[in-house]
Design a protein. Sequence first.
Length: 612
Amino acid sequence: MCGIIGYIGNKSINSILIVGLIRLEYRGYDSAGIAVIDQGDLEIRKEKGKIKNLEDLLKNSPVEGNIGIGHTRWATHGEPTKLNAHPHIDCFQKIAVCHNGIIENHINLKNELIQKGHLFRSETDTEVIPHLIEEELLKDPNQTIKDVIPGLIQKIEGKYAIVILSEQEPDKIYFIKNGSPLLYARNNEEGYLTSDIVAVIPQAKEYYAFRDYEWGWITQYELHLFNKDAQKIIPEIKEIKIDPIHLEKGNYEHYMLKEIYEQPDIFRKILNNRLGEKGKIKLNEMKLPNTILGRISRILITSAGTSWHAGIVGKLYLEHFARIVTEVDLSSEFRYRNPIAEGDTLVIAISQSGETADTLAGVLEAKTRFCKVLSFVNRLESTIARESDSYIDLMAGPEIGVASTKAYTSELIHLLFFSLYLSGIKWITNKEDREVLFSEIRKLPTMMEAILEKSKQIQEIAKIFKKTKDFIFLGRYFNHPTALEGALKLKEIAYVHASGYAGGEFKHGPIALIDENIPTICIAPKSSVYDKMLSNIQEVKARKGKIIAIITEGDKNISQIADYFIEIPEVSEYLSPILSIIPLQLFAYYSALERNCEPDKPRNLAKSVTVE
Ligand code: M6R
């Protein structure tokens, strides 16, 4: 939610900030703006809507300079208008601030500042920051911003990543971080501040991810870093290892489509890395020792959205393969329900971004209860990865489309691998049994490709249903989460109401919805619950409901009853959710196109939800 960038170097600021903001646009696209020191003056340009609008504004009203900050907004306080767009300024337009997060006590602060004569121009919480800095600087003309930041941290409450540019200090960008992500990145000639490293590659070569309450400033060549008590910190700078190829759309019209199509190759990479000799699973970065893993008596999974759906599959894997009692909780609930997490409970956090505020709060909560925390993350530089006792790298490569696709299947396979890893430690499955599983797992990339070849057929089905207003998704056991995830995809990018249900639960209420206008998407590959799903399909048919079925290749029973069917290759039921979601990802994508929706940037959403 909200993306921030700051730059100092020799290059012209416009292109650097705009390219960075485009890369950060997945974090919010309600408005965008930049502040630049142009020949000694602080210049602001901002516009409502996507970065494209800001680009157009800059063509008519250009700015020049080598130092600047930028912001792309996901509105929290105040409507998505030009006035509410960041950067926000002090009374005299000498100080500009971009902010990601929420200043919870902004109302009181704003009232006090208004009483002191400050002029507010927006409805945002952020605007108190430049005025608070201005107010403090007025008290003593010898002060610079570095002198007022420790006091500012004391005054503002909430979560924030803040960057500050001042006309008075044209060679520095200040920053403060608490709760929302912020990183420093650099090469030999340039310094950057950014919410996400993807905004600054391939130019930047090294990075440092700030910790809470760290603050300081960057110059072209240096980072000056301090803690809350204003003590100097020596940062541990790391190399950036992300391949920039992931950030290009290539020949695809949208990132989402590209990311759906990347899945077979990502799986090839994952399998190469994870499958060892003689049934051995390699999780080299996972540092929890067998002495701890062998003692786990209970697992609590906490995650949100798509990652929560992955968590439900993960519970089935962990209970099936490792025979460990596992609970799955929405991270937004977990953090407030005083969870029983103690002793030999392992808390697993699943998060593509590694920055989801609710999931991070769950991780911190678990740590206060002395539980070990293992996170499954796609971004190793993320806060959740850092705060966990250990992490497992999802290896999906940066995911840019707001709708999660490749990260979901990567979460599933890694949850399966971790379950098998635990089952090995507990001597539940032996190496030989695991080898048998591996031989099937190795076929997944080719099976995925076979499904992707059906994309035209899926597009046709999306076209047929382009006016449909409601969909029901049904699945059971390993594919109940597929029903939830398929429905979420359709809701978020095609703005169609869709609800996912467990097949067995259908008769307890939702079946009342069925008529000829509400189609049901049934996920019914061959499995131990196949007959039950077949009964569900018959029940829908008997009530004149249309059926779109996801079935195993060659299934004559369902293909004869369903109005439309999409075949997936035959596979064990525990691998089936990895395959059966792919046609639903494509169905959501093509449904969005049919309805003139923009799949990569659905309205009201942001990819990384860093506020509560
Ligand atoms: O980065 P995370 O996996 O923690 O994100 C969790 C959810 O915000 C995310 O999965 C969201 O539901 C996606 N838009 C789903 O496509």
